[in-house]
Design a protein around this ligand. Structure first.
Ligand SMILES: C[S@@+](CC[C@H](N)C(=O)[O-])C[C@H]1O[C@@H](n2cnc3c(N)ncnc32)[C@H](O)[C@@H]1O
Length: 419
């Protein structure tokens, strides 16, 4: 698709990162919508449950909201929902939605973020958080020893105090306890497990949510009781946010369908999809399985599927090299697009936030890959808004200097051309 000269318009904030001049190309009728979707205002991006749990590459809620508002009647779908921004925004817009991700933590977080609990259930949640942290702190005070398997899996990521407290909380939230229905399937336990998940990286020696390496700087030792304190605080904030969510969303709005699965295979028998609004993995940028390895190890989630089937992972791109990694990315994205647009409603569209990748020092331009994937799946790129993004360290560009770009891309089935 040919690109027009930059529109030169400055966007205050945009896409999943921030800032930069916007370049528009494509169907002029889509310009206003895409530029608006890529331009968050001053709204709080952590409002409601949006800020509950960190997720690298999170879609900005404003972008999801604007795109959902443009969809014809029908289901809103996100094959790569991560922590569930799109299903949550769909609910807020009164729409039925389906969200999918290969990462079990993402599916659990999305589940928590879209709950409509009664005030009584929210009070019970806060009380349960207090009871669990009290029980875990008692285990620690009584000198309970971290189980050897847990120590082996995650010991190096925490200082001694944090490790024993994390272990005690994870244990209290995993075991069936007659004092409460403490199995992982119990709704309050599910929420508390994700609240623990949300504070784990902050409590650990992992550099950050998107850099899963041990911090070389020795942090100050954790003070006793910190994990319980953070957990209670997170849960009480969440209870307020879930209360506000219940008040905002009409009772008739259906619960979003949340699915753990490979995005290449859309669910069978789903109603017609009005719009696919999503932010797929960028080629060679992140390793989602590595980001969440610590959480999965603490909470006992399987990582086999995401290790084997994660699309565009940095580790696979580095191992496979450019040609093979690109071909795999095109094939995977083609399968995703074909599968989720099989039942696209009349007037339906696909809107993706997607960005250039980087393999070593080489910048990978994502648009040629996406265009090939779209073509293979019977879709056409109609319009794009693009913004510059920084590279990691020194980089060589393909075609346009060393900078990377992030794009908001609108795709549709090709229109019938009248003879
Ligand atoms: C950019 S993130 C999505 C973030 C999401 N929009 C949000 O706001 O939280 C990309 C997601 O793709 C998921 N993913 C990677 N490969 C996948 C696959 N084969 N099937 C389903 N999800 C996959 C990752 O687990 C990650 O959550």
């Amino acid at each position: 698709m040919s690109r027009e000269p930059p529109s030169g318009k400055r966007l205050r904030k945009s896409l999943s990162h921030v800032g930069g001049a916007a370049r528009f190309s494509g169907d002029e009728r889509l310009r206003a919508l895409l530029e608006r979707a890529a331009t968050p205002g001053d709204e709080d991006e952590r409002a409601l449950t949006h800020g509950f749990h960190p997720w690298p590459g999170r879609l900005h809620p404003h972008t999801a909201r604007e795109l959902i508002a443009a969809a014809p009647p029908g289901l809103i779908a996100d094959p790569f929902m991560g922590a569930g921004t799109v299903p949550l925004e769909a609910m807020l817009a009164g729409r039925a939605a389906i969200g999918n991700d290969l990462n079990p933590i993402g599916v659990e977080v999305a589940w928590v973020r879209t709950r409509r609990f009664s005030p009584a259930a929210l009070s019970a949640l806060v009380a349960r958080a207090k009871a669990v942290t009290k029980k875990a702190d008692r285990l620690v005070a009584d000198g309970a020893r971290v189980e050897p398997g847990f120590q082996d899996r995650v010991g190096r990521w925490f200082d001694r105090q944090a490790l024993v407290e994390v272990w005690a909380h994870a244990r209290c939230l995993a075991e069936g306890d007659p004092a409460w229905p403490g199995s992982p399937g119990d709704p309050l336990t599910r929420v508390l497990r994700m609240a623990l998940s949300s504070i784990l990286v902050k409590a650990s020696r992992q550099v950050s949510d998107s850099v899963a390496k041990l911090d070389r700087h020795e942090p100050a030792p954790s003070p006793p009781g910190r994990i319980g304190h953070w957990l209670r605080k997170r849960v009480s904030e969440l209870a307020g946010q879930l209360g506000a969510l219940s008040e905002r969303v009409e009772r008739e709005v259906p619960e979003p369908i949340l699915r753990l699965g490979d995005a290449r295979v859309a669910p069978e028998g789903a109603p017609p999809i009005a719009a696919v609004v999503s932010s797929p993995p960028y080629p060679g940028v992140y390793d989602y399985v590595t980001h969440h390895a610590l959480r999965c190890a603490v909470l006992g989630f399987e990582t086999g599927a995401i290790t084997a089937h994660e699309i565009g992972s940095r580790r696979a791109s580095e191992r496979l090299g450019k040609a093979v990694a690109h071909a795999r990315y095109v094939e995977a994205m083609g399968a995703v697009l074909a599968s989720w647009t099989r039942t696209l409603a009349p007037g339906g569209f696909v809107a993706l936030v997607i960005g250039d990748g980087q393999i070593g020092t080489n910048v990978v331009r994502v648009m040629p890959l996406l265009e090939r994937a779209a073509e293979a799946s019977g879709l056409a790129v109609r319009a794009i808004v693009s913004q510059a993004r920084p590279t990691f360290g020194p980089a060589r560009g393909e075609g346009r200097g060393a900078h990377k770009e992030e794009h908001l891309v609108w795709l549709e089935p090709p229109r019938l051309v009248a003879k």
